[in-house]
Design a protein around this ligand. Structure first.
Ligand SMILES: [Fe+2]
Length: 350
């Protein structure tokens, strides 16, 4: 499949008031944000942004849903900085004690912070290395199915969250533990007409991790686990219209967060060998084409802001036996768009 790799990022840096947004390397979306007045550090950045609260989210939408803010190191000593930044991207910063997140995965005193770490008590191990570990040309593989683990955060809820902020307290070493991002607007726009038409009214079935409904569980013949009412798989449109920009984007996950028992798609033959699975492979292979992806190599103090309504991401391997990694994540909630008008939160126990 040929794809159109030219997007807005062919251009130069742009000004958003006191901020400069420059293109990310080797990517057709996203931007690196820095203060243009010579000031640096999280405090100056946040105080400047709060003076015009809509500015950073406008920058986020202008570059199609991915911002990189370097030098935010002060967040590590003061998590409130992360919450203040998060509030600039959504009406509500989610309290993870109210969601389906396990308690050991949240910050001990700031329940809005989800911990991604191989350090106790969180103990989230990195994904395995892909097979083979590199592409034929010696690159880090990004494209599904060579690369696994692509998802949008907490898509197993209705409404799903809007924007995530992901911050490196202790990053994995250079060349390991990257985060890959893919642009759902560009992937949707570049779909061949027949697939675009097929995707248009398609409904995906998303499910939380550990429910025994992943592709791996389905292929291994595992029995699905009993789920409470508030943990049930949720239907999500495969094509979402962005509530702010009106652009259409693909909204999908793959092996782990789709329901491979009753899905992955409503109305198509279910299971790992069904017609739905075949279509999901085709769509995800397209979505994660290198023309639509960006690889972030983390340094201490990096913050990446990404729009879950229009992008997916995946983690890469790092040597968890040799290194510790500690990342903090917040999510904002409250503007999922007309597909979810007036809905109660599916994840709150009745
Ligand atoms: Fe994620």
């Amino acid at each position: 499949m040929t794809v159109n790799a030219t997007r807005h990022n062919a251009g130069a840096s742009k000004s958003f008031g006191p901020f400069t947004v420059s293109p990310l390397p080797d990517a057709t979306f996203g931007g690196r944000v820095e203060l243009a007045n010579g000031r640096s550090g999280a405090r100056a950045f946040i105080e400047t942004a709060e003076a015009d609260p809509g500015l950073l989210s406008r920058a986020l939408y202008d570059v199609e849903g991915l911002l990189f803010l370097p030098g935010m190191d002060a967040i590590s000593d003061d998590p409130e900085f992360l919450l203040r930044l998060s509030r600039l991207f959504g009406a509500e910063v989610e309290d993870y004690s109210q969601t389906l997140i396990a308690k050991n995965m949240t910050h001990p005193s700031v329940p809005e912070i989800f911990i991604v770490s191989n350090i106790e008590p969180a103990i989230k191990l990195p994904p395995a290395r892909p097979t083979p570990p590199l592409t034929e040309s010696g690159e880090l593989p990004t494209q599904f199915p060579h690369r696994r683990g692509w998802h949008t955060d907490q898509s197993y809820r209705r409404p799903p969250p809007d924007v995530s902020l992901f911050y490196a307290v202790i990053p994995s070493p250079e060349g390991q533990g990257q985060t890959l991002y893919a642009n759902g607007f560009a992937a949707y726009d570049a779909l061949p007409n027949d697939l675009k038409a097929q995707a248009q009214n398609l409904i995906g079935i998303h499910v939380m991790l550990g429910a025994g409904r992943s592709e791996y569980a389905a292929r291994a013949g595992e029995a699905p686990k009993p789920l409470e009412a508030h943990q049930q798989p949720q239907h999500q449109p495969v094509v979402r219209t962005h509530p702010v920009t009106g652009q259409r984007a693909l909204f999908l996950c793959e092996a782990g967060q789709m329901d491979w028992v009753d899905g992955p798609f409503v109305g198509m033959a279910p299971g790992a060998n069904g017609a739905g699975a075949k279509l999901l492979y085709e769509l995800m292979t397209h979505y994660t084409h290198p023309a639509f992806t960006y690889t972030h190599n983390w340094s201490k103090g990096d913050l990446v802001v990404y729009d879950n309504r229009s992008s997916i991401h995946a983690a890469t391997w790092f040597d968890s036996d040799a290194y510790q990694r500690l990342m903090w994540r917040t999510t904002t909630w409250g503007n999922p768009g007309p597909d979810y008008d007036g809905e109660a939160r599916s994840w709150i126990p009745k």
